[in-house]
Write a new protein. Structure first.
Length: 111
């Protein structure tokens, strides 16, 4: 059974998750969703993913390319720019520092 994470949690880490997927190479939207769901993010809707990808593109972190489909329609692929790679490295380091600092407090047993 799939865990239904609070929306606020997903909103906080979705950008990093998307960037992480794209560090492995260009990918199209449905494949990004499938990967994130397989990694435990829960159900991700296109109405959540595509506006995020648009924001990343407008910020210069992602570029897009249309590729012909195999026996079907073409797909829009998303790839990280150098700025996107740098942003992911910086923000994932910050996320790691944040979770290391806060996890002991959040996860300690209460009296």
């Amino acid at each position: 059974m799939e865990e239904a994470w609070p929306t606020e949690w997903l909103r906080g880490v979705l950008e990093l998750g998307v960037l992480r997927v794209l560090t492995e190479g260009a990918e199209y939207g449905y494949a990004i969703i499938t990967r994130l769901e397989a990694e435990g993010f829960g159900t991700i809707k296109g109405g959540t993913l595509y506006p995020l990808l648009t924001r990343l593109e407008q910020a210069g972190m992602v570029v897009t390319e249309w590729r012909a489909g195999q026996g079907g329609p073409g797909r829009k692929y998303f790839a990280l720019t150098a700025a996107g790679h740098l942003h992911f490295q910086q923000e994932s380091a910050r996320w790691n520092a944040f979770t290391r600092r806060t996890q002991p407090f959040i996860c300690q047993e209460t009296p």
